[in-house]
Write a protein that binds this ligand. Structure first.
Ligand code: FAD
Length: 388
């Protein structure tokens, strides 16, 4: 039978992840954070110290400078060992890589370096109550008042709303279209900022929420890169993130799949092992095959990105595919463990809740299809309107 375990390449990095996860008891901690949500500062610092933050970021900033394929392998293993929690934490500097790629020396020194060392948490604030999938309608605005910049608006659904010391805020500086959106680094302790946390289905340790900016004065050198280029930078970052997130979800599902295969061999029903029942065995062999196929697809996309090929469509569809395959596998894990599968005694229900975010965060599954469809059938450019 083909399964994800058998198609993953050998890499000492995977053994290193295993050792780190065991030494810091990450699996148990991930489960504890589900019932007592808080940011795991101690482990975040340890991850920084052992270079598990900034896997793909340049060594001069403290990153490992890994290829996306190898980073994907490490993240798959983190997902396998301890659910989405520490895998996503490992990816946090990549979620903010616009600072490393476009920020001034000063912003890189003050925020990118300490983030990769696990000393500072930087969030990303893009979504607004009236603009999520359609980012051209962002209305949070930065106005220049003489020497000063003033930020006003509401950012919603942001991970780490409660805990981030700084956030990359995407805001209008222009005419109100997509071409007028710029990225700013905003310390979260400035006067005029209010944060409200929402309660989530899964990944509760992220303490997502709404951040309201009421005419907040921000330093004028906190613009990241060029004015009006915010969404261009974000698109590059999101493409890499989506393919790496796919690797995480597949790793999480691999853990439940292996545990369910074991259970099916041990559990006795109707005088024989559960695996004798085709109603159970057939879906399990399908899941193993789907996990393997989804990994091979994801790996190809990561390779294309490593080569510098354009693969935004592949990255989008790898996140969609991995999320679907993982959720089906996790649902089967809950089902085939019987009533215990539905309980918190076993890890499958938390894994399902955590992976469920994959169909929403970093672009919804519907938007992933839209990205791929637009690539295949590009929208014809509208002719410029003649002046009246
Ligand atoms: C766990 C989690 C973490 C998150 N972290 C962050 C974060 O750190 N920072 C941040 O800024 N945001 C974050 N988000 C928000 C996330 O990016 C948005 O929820 C997502 O982009 C969708 O936007 P929306 O919620 O406004 O839904 P909408 O855009 O209003 O969409 C509603 C529904 O309509 C569908 N839809 C919309 N447009 C189309 C279309 N063209 N075709 C077909 N269907 C469509 C969507 O797929 C969805 O099902 C997070 C979300 C989650 C769940």
């Amino acid at each position: 039978m083909t399964d994800l375990g058998s198609v993953l390449p050998e890499d000492p990095l995977r053994d290193d992840v295993e050792q780190f996860a065991r030494a810091h008891r990450l699996a148990a901690l991930s489960r504890a954070l589900d019932s007592r949500p808080e940011f795991p500062w101690k482990e975040f610092r340890s991850m920084g110290k052992d270079q598990w933050l900034g896997l793909t970021l340049p060594p001069e900033l403290g990153g490992r400078g890994l290829s996306l394929v190898r980073a994907g392998l490490a993240l798959e293993e983190f997902g396998y060992r301890a659910g989405t929690t520490f895998a996503k934490l490992s990816l946090q500097p990549e979620f903010s890589s616009v600072i490393a790629a476009q920020g001034s020396e000063e912003l890189r020194r003050r925020f990118a370096l300490p983030l990769i060392r696990g000393e500072v948490l930087v969030g990303n604030q893009i979504t607004e109550p009236r603009a999520g999938s359609d980012l051209s309608h962002l209305s949070t605005r930065v106005e220049r008042k003489g020497e000063r910049l003033r930020l006003s608006g509401v950012k919603s659904q942001a991970a780490f709303a409660a805990d981030a010391q700084a956030a990359i805020v995407y805001a209008q500086t222009g005419s109100g279209t997509a071409a007028g959106i710029s990225a700013f680094l905003v310390p979260q302790d400035l006067p005029g900022i209010e944060r409200r946390v929402v309660e989530d289905l899964g990944e509760r340790w992220m303490r997502r929420g709404t951040v309201t900016y009421s005419s907040v004065e921000i330093p004028d050198d906190h613009l990241i890169g060029q004015e009006g280029r915010g969404l261009d930078y974000l698109k590059v970052e999101l493409t890499h993130e989506r393919a790496l997130l796919a690797a995480i979800y597949l790793g999480v599902a691999r853990a439940s799949w292996e545990e369910t295969v074991h259970e099916a061999g041990e559990r006795v029903v109707f005088d024989g092992p559960l695996s004798d029942q085709e109603a159970v065995a057939f879906p399990l062999v399908e899941d193993g095959t789907r996990l393997a196929a989804a990994w091979l697809y994801t790996e190809r996309v990561l390779e294309r990105l490593d080569r510098g090929d354009r693969a935004d469509d592949g990255a989008a569809m790898s996140k969609w595919l991995a999320t679907e395959v993982a959720l089906t596998t996790l649902d089967h894990a809950i089902q085939f463990h019987g009533g215990r599968g539905y309980s918190k005694d076993l890890p499958h229900e938390q894994r399902w809740r955590d992976v469920r975010s994959g169909a929403l965060a970093h672009g919804t599954s519907e938007v992933m299809h839209r990205v791929a469809a637009r690539r295949r059938w590009p929208k014809p450019k509208r002719p410029a309107r003649a002046p009246s």
